[in-house]
Design a protein. Structure first.
Lengths: 67, 537
């Protein structure tokens, strides 16, 4: 019975510590991911805009002209 | 800061587009020139002094356009891939926080399995790869810009190339500096990877001569030369001591008679029983019991569990208490306990949590789950040493922590004894200097076991019954001896070495443990799932 009591005590402590640890862990990685997502949300804007320009140039080349 | 970086990239891209349209010839001008040429051909009187100039025909796009477009698309896709991985990472983190139902202990076990999975599978690599992917996307974008600008305006291209080269140089220096020193604040994922690779190569170079000197053959020879004589010493000593306590054995045998008759007996070791009977003059009924109710058969000794600590009982005889499903549950519970205790010891510094973990560490079965026990073992030893000052006095308020740490250290050492001789060497008992004045009898007795490095002396020490020892101590030692008996098949249940008082405080559960230990010693069947239960009352 004493062992079961000590086991319950341990798991109560474990749950408390694990919850705190997991919150810190997830928060840290979540911040990293949010940083990435913010940056990614903006970064493709530059190549995408530029690509639009290039794509228009590629398509507008006079390859359709009669030789 | 990231938001500013994103906004900056958006603003800069707008400037790039604007500059690009100014530097490059507008493709619409070609259409206008063609229309003008058509107009001149159709109606030369409209513009009389001008000849139609047809723009040159170009079959394929220029190579600089193709290169720049490829680099831009690569940059775009890599950044989108980074967004995809980041989105997956957020889903994985949500799943990690979402626990399954069940009791608190089951949820804790589920959480620990997920946490171990995070360590086993390189989750952090995915997260840390995201900045690398963005850096690659940025580099490709810069290269594409330089290439395209080179074909348009070399002066502007020079500026871009110089700035890109400076950025690359800056990043290279940062990686080198970060790799050279961990204390350097300019750490990047690349520098961390390079440093771990460098340390791994250095460690292999240093440890290579040592690993070749200790061969597996040498370890096997050491094991054989040490384990076999040790086994004989333990068994013979146990036989001798049990012969000394004649009356106790006879009473034990008579008390067990009825229980043995109800089960299918595994005959005990015939040599040992013959010695006992010869010396004790045990009456015929006990001899009959030893032979069992069944007709004479070749003795089938109880299988010794394989070295490695996996206690797989093949005993078919039924005990009335638990079945195989319960055994599987107990094994799973024990595996959870081992993982959770190891995790707490390794990651948490809270003193209450450490105390609870160390207390549980002295009851769970180590080495069953393949987990590396060395880190928690060393941590418990350091905790034990931190409870005692240089003069051997226990620090105030550290008695319970020292007691449970000493229990856990001894328990892990005994579990290692049950696995192999090599493990005993791997988990040596620490030498603890302590003062007799400041500690109670239980703790003194435990620390005394630590100084007995011989397994036989440890067993004798655990069997010793002295005045002043509490029932808690007897409870724990009886479980230890039962475990040892099950693993080694050689520890007698009744082993009164120094029985000079204190027997009346042995709790009933400890007596049951010793009774079961005797059953194992005599070769009678005991179900493993019964042994795993701490409180057998």
């Amino acid at each position: 019975m004493k062992c079961d009591d000590s086991r319950l005590d341990f798991y109560a402590m474990y749950k408390r510590e694990a919850t705190e640890y997991d919150m810190d862990y997830v928060k840290k990685y979540d911040e990293d991911l949010n940083t990435t997502l913010i940056f990614v949300r903006r970064l493709p804007f530059a190549p995408a805009s530029y690509l639009t320009c290039l794509y228009r140039r590629v398509c507008s080349l006079p390859s359709v002209l009669p030789s | 800061m990231p938001l500013q970086a994103g906004l900056f990239s958006a603003v800069s891209s707008a400037f790039v587009i604007d500059t690009h349209t100014k530097l490059e010839t507008d493709p619409n001008e070609q259409s206008a020139a063609l229309l003008r040429a058509i107009l001149i051909i159709l109606n030369q009187s409209a513009i009389p002094n001008e000849s139609p100039a047809v723009p040159p025909i170009q079959e394929d796009p220029p190579s600089e356009i193709v290169t720049a477009t490829g680099l831009m698309y690569a940059s775009l896709l890599i950044s989108l891939l980074a967004a995809f991985v980041a989105m997956l990472g957020k889903q994985w983190l949500n799943r990690y926080l979402r626990h399954a139902g069940g009791s608190m202990i089951e949820r804790c076990g589920d959480r620990q399995r997920k946490c171990d999975g995070l360590q086993k599978w390189p989750f952090h690599l995915f997260i840390e790869s995201l900045p690398v992917m963005l850096q690659m996307a940025l580099l490709l974008l810069a290269c594409g810009l330089c290439r395209h600008m080179w074909s348009i305006n070399s002066s502007v291209a020079y500026i871009l190339i110089v700035l890109t080269a400076l950025g690359l140089l800056f990043y290279t220096i940062i990686v080198i500096v970060g790799t050279s020193s961990y204390k350097c604040p300019f750490q990047t994922p690349a520098s961390g990877t390079l440093r771990s690779l460098w340390e791994g190569i250095g460690h292999q170079v240093i440890s290579a001569p040592r690993s070749t000197s200790v061969t597996s053959l040498h370890l096997f020879q050491v094991f054989l030369s040490a384990a076999l004589p040790l086994w004989m010493v333990v068994k013979n000593s146990a036989t001798y001591t049990i012969l000394r306590s004649k009356q106790a054995i006879v009473l034990m045998a008579q008390g067990l008679a009825q229980w043995v008759q109800q089960s299918t007996p595994h005959p005990p070791s015939p040599i040992l029983l013959a010695e006992i009977q010869e010396d004790l003059h045990i009456p015929q009924e006990v001899d009959h019991l030893s032979q069992g109710a069944s007709p004479p058969q070749e003795p089938t000794p109880l299988p010794i569990p394989p070295l490695g600590g996996t206690f797989t009982s093949t005993s078919e005889s039924a005990g009335p208490w638990l079945g195989s499903t319960a055994l599987a549950t107990l094994e799973k519970t024990n595996a959870n306990d081992v993982r959770c205790v190891s995790w707490i010891l390794w990651n948490i510094t809270d003193s209450e949590a450490l105390d609870a973990a160390i207390q549980l560490a002295s009851t769970i079965r180590w080495f069953e789950d393949g987990l590396d026990v060395e880190p928690p073992y060393n941590l418990i030893i350091s905790t034990l040493k931190s409870c005692i000052d240089s003069t051997g006095e226990i620090y105030p308020g550290s008695r319970n922590r020292a007691y449970h740490s000493a229990q856990a250290v001894l328990w892990i050492h005994i579990c290692a004894m049950c696995v192999s001789e090599e493990f005993v060497l791997k988990f040596p008992l620490p030498t603890i200097l302590y003062s007799d004045r400041s500690i109670d009898q239980d703790l003194r007795h435990l620390l005394g076991s630590h100084s007995a490095h011989d397994p036989l002396r440890i067993i004798q020490h655990l069997y010793t019954i002295r005045p002043g020892l509490t029932s808690v101590y007897f409870q724990w030692t009886s479980n230890v001896l039962l475990h040892l008996s099950w693993a080694n098949q050689g520890v007698p249940g009744m082993y009164p070495v120094h029985q000079d008082g204190g027997q009346d405080i042995i709790p009933f559960n400890a007596t049951l443990n010793r009774l079961l230990t005797s059953c194992i010693f005599f070769g009678w069947p005991v179900k493993e799932e019964v042994l795993r239960i701490q409180d057998k009352t």
